[in-house]
Design a protein around this ligand. Structure first.
Ligand code: HEC
Length: 219
């Protein structure tokens, strides 16, 4: 009897030692960036139009990940320089026309298809804006990772989106949608123009959804 208890205790202690050792070993060997990248790449398979290069970060995304991992934020001077350079590279519409049709914009904002392995190349992409934003009051299903865009133009005082007065907010919105990193270097929003997700014509339609006084967003 006494011998069995002793043996059991010894086994329990042995198990404990093994668990603690494994735990310490796991903590001591933090995987390198290269380990994580290769684990990610071996976990996915290329299918259709979705290739593994989707997992490659841009140098800016890589910098933002590193800064986030360290629990810090980008140095203000570095952040300003990045945003300044990206803003300078935004291609604004040559014809000066920023707004398309808000009805088409609503369809694009609702559409989460495009660029998936099951999509065909060449089919226009959706933007899935509702995944992250509230937009029209009629749509009650939306994500909240991004701020609400309800009354976007109205609360910014846009009466005539084609007028001179509205120009700063119109240009801001275009740049924000084209390449959000020009406004917030480590933004979590997709770069709809810069990454080729939406065409300039589609961005004009989404612009109208946010800025046209006739859009349900501004009612
Ligand atoms: C994956 C989530 C995500 C998607 C999809 C997304 N956004 Fe955003 N958006 C954000 C986040 C987060 C912010 C604010 C913080 C930041 O800068 O990243 C933001 C900010 C914005 C802003 C700036 C708001 C302000 O008050 O200055 C606008 C405008 C905007 N988004 C429009 C859009 C439009 C239009 C679409 C679709 C074409 C879209 N977003 C899709 C996440 C998203």
């Amino acid at each position: 009897m006494a011998l069995t208890i002793l043996l059991k205790n010894r086994m329990a202690i042995a198990c404990y030692v093994v668990v603690v050792t494994v735990f310490i070993a796991a903590c001591a060997s933090t995987p390198s960036d290269a380990d994580v990248a290769s684990a990610l790449k071996t976990s996915f398979a290329e299918r259709g139009i979705a290739k593994l290069d989707r997992l490659d970060q841009s140098s800016l995304q890589n910098l933002c990940s590193k800064v986030a991992e360290s629990g810090k934020e980008l140095e203000p001077a570095v952040r300003e320089k990045i945003e300044h350079n990206l803003l300078a590279a935004i291609p604004y519409p040559q014809d000066g026309k920023y707004l398309g049709d808000w009805r088409e914009g609503e369809k694009i904002a609702q559409n989460g298809r495009g660029l998936q392995f099951s999509d065909l190349a060449g089919v226009p992409n959706g933007a899935n804006c509702y995944a992250c934003h509230q937009i029209t009051p009629q749509e009650i299903s939306y994500g909240n990772q991004g701020p609400s865009l309800l009354k976007y133009g109205k609360i910014r005082g846009v009466v005539d989106p084609l007028g001179k007065e509205a120009e700063p907010i119109v240009k801001y919105t275009w740049a924000r949608i084209w390449n959000t990193h020009s406004m917030n270097a480590c933004s979590g929003m997709p770069r709809f123009g810069e990454a080729g997700i939406l065409t300039p014509a589609q961005i004009k339609d989404v612009m109208a959804l946010l800025l046209d006084p006739a859009s349900p967003v501004n009612k």
